[in-house]
Design a protein around this ligand. Structure first.
Ligand SMILES: [Zn+2]
Length: 40
């Protein structure tokens, strides 16, 4: 339960993504998900 609760792992590289406003940002790939995208 000590995970960084900042978001989901990137589906491409597994890095923890930051959740900024409406976006998930991977440090490697940039914005991966946007709230206007459909994602699980
Ligand atoms: Zn990534």
């Amino acid at each position: 339960m000590a995970e960084k609760a900042n978001g989901r792992p990137c589906p491409l590289c597994g890095e923890s993504m930051s959740h900024r406003h409406c976006k998930y940002v991977c440090p490697q790939h940039g914005v991966v998900y946007d709230c206007s995208d459909t994602f699980y």
